[in-house]
Design a protein around this ligand. Structure first.
Ligand SMILES: [Zn+2]
Length: 316
């Protein structure tokens, strides 16, 4: 009898720590979700807000998702430049929800959003511009307030995000801090190795000029020093003007652009129009990796590999 009693006390005294629930975490887009999933491996699964290939540029929140957000302990998102639909809901969230904004991380590489349909090729700064023009360009870059939010497509930024997520989770859930830190370290090492592989794979197509559907790949281009020349539209909700389309068509013909990449989330008729009567090929690039959700942390690596494979398939 007495032994049972002590067993009983022992069992219940262990309950609060043994069954302390890990924090409920909501993540907006698939690539961020994959990274957070990797940090939380072996502890719990984060919830993905934008599944089914929805674009964060054009999304709106459902009431059930609003409730899930209110009950979350941690929300991980890029920032209002990408998930504009969250700006208002976030203002109304209770103080119990910690918000991690990737775009605000001090160590993150941030680039100003580009304007216009055509950019300068990365290699051609020196020859193509006189001093004055070059300086004007730099000044414009420094002034730009609007930052390009597609930050996850640089693996160097992924490393920064992984570190920040592990730190935040460790604060919210000290019991699993060692696990979060170990997961993050492993993930960061793998990201660095993987990055070196991709650098080597992309080397043969670095100089090849191409166009993309919307300006989602600036971080990827910078990181891998690719030669993208322009985008059909700055963001997917803006349809390019007839003027821009004819501008781009002229460029495709003059500069022997080898490829124009469309995106699986958006209709391809614009790309078809652009390619009519030209020799350029059509490829597909997906900045979110919408076909890869359900792959946990692996989805991030597959997303980058998929971009590389699709670039090589069209440009080589
Ligand atoms: Zn975008």
């Amino acid at each position: 009898m007495k032994a049972h009693y002590w067993l009983f006390i022992f069992f219940f005294s262990q309950l609060p720590t043994a069954f302390a629930a890990p924090p409920s975490v909501v993540v907006t887009i698939p690539p961020l979700h994959a990274l957070v999933n990797g940090v939380m491996d072996g502890v719990a699964k984060p919830t993905l807000l934008l599944s089914n290939g929805n674009s964060p540029h054009t999304y709106s929140l459902r009431p059930s998702q609003m409730r899930a957000l209110q009950q979350a302990e941690l929300l991980v998102w890029v920032g209002e430049n990408l998930e504009g639909f969250l700006q208002r809901p976030l203002a109304g969230l209770p103080k119990t929800v910690t918000v991690l904004t990737a775009l605000n991380l001090p160590e993150l590489q941030r680039l100003p959003a580009r304007t216009g349909g055509m950019w300068e090729g990365h290699h051609h700064h020196e020859e193509a511009h006189d001093e004055e023009e070059h300086e004007a360009h730099e000044a414009h870059e420094a002034d730009a307030e609007y930052q390009d939010p597609h930050v996850w497509l640089s693996p160097a930024n992924a490393v920064v995000i992984v570190q920040a997520v592990a730190q935040q989770l460790s604060q919210l859930d000290p019991e699993h801090a060692a696990r979060y830190q170990a997961n993050a370290q492993q993930l960061q090492q793998r990201l660095q190795q993987f990055d070196a592989q991709l650098q080597a794979q992309l080397a043969p197509v670095r100089e090849k000029p191409y166009f993309v559907f919307h300006d989602a790949y600036q971080y990827f281009e910078h990181h891998y020093q690719l030669n993208a020349l322009g985008a059909l539209s700055i963001s997917p909700e803006q349809r390019p003007s007839a003027k821009r389309i004819s501008e781009l068509r002229a460029r495709i013909q003059q500069q022997s652009v080898s490829c124009v990449f469309r995106e699986p989330q958006f209709q391809s008729s614009l790309v078809d129009i652009l390619l009519e009567d030209t020799n350029a090929k059509q490829g597909v690039l997906d900045p979110l990796g919408v076909n890869l959700t359900g792959q946990a942390a692996e989805a991030y690596f597959m997303l980058l590999q998929q971009l590389v494979d699709n670039l090589l398939a069209c440009l080589q």
